[in-house]
Design a protein around this ligand. Sequence first.
Ligand code: SAH
Length: 250
Amino acid sequence: MIVNKLPVSTALLDHINIILVGTTHPGNIGAAARAMKTMGLKHLRLVQPQHFPSLEATSRASGADDLLANAQLFEHFDESLHDCQLIFGTSARQRSIRWSTLSPKQCAKQALDTQQPIAIVFGREHSGLTNQELDRCHHMIQIPTSDNFSSLNLAAAVQVVTYELRCYVDELQQKPLLPPDEVPVSAEEMRLFYEHLEQTLIDIHFLDPEKPRRLMRRLQRLFNRAQPVTSEMNLLRGILTTAQNIHKKL
Ligand code: SAH
């Protein structure tokens, strides 16, 4: 199997900005930076943190202090989003249906589908993001939790979301490049196969065209489930042709 290993995995995460809004405890900023660095993210933006820079933040960053040193500070939330094309907001609570809600895994897929700058926004420890702030977001991310206790520590929430980003990068890098005849066949090839199958079944008198019953539908369900690849389709077609030829000679 050919494995497509890209050289620098963290480059795939370079367009992602983590934005912490109105963080109260500097320790959480440090812990969030640590969470990000372990997963390969480096762009941290802080909107009106209550205490920053802070010794506590540096101490909780435990070696991710380069992220703190490079963190960008903003007075207003909108300024922190200035260059971002896609904005994900996180929330511990189910808000109104105005926002499409994604799991962290679904967010990771969407976030890595693009290489345009994007933002993943985290709210205040006590009150989260305001509705006005969530209005600026294209999607809301909710980490699945127990029903009656849904609020994670801020840095823990950053860890979960960035972990899914990391997992998806690894998945992309491991994705084998399939040889062409191992790729599932197209819908058109399936249609031609069903025509061939039906004709063969008629030729060998297995299917009575006057009384087809549900035979073809059931066979289609079976072969659709199998999702044959090109090499398998060639085999199936070969079997049908052979059956037709033998029957012609009888
Ligand atoms: N009482 C607040 C909880 C804030 S927790 C509220 O109801 O929103 C601080 C931040 O951590 C949240 O704003 C969010 O960014 C993140 N967070 C905590 N739990 C989360 C969860 N289950 N899903 C998504 N984000 C979560």
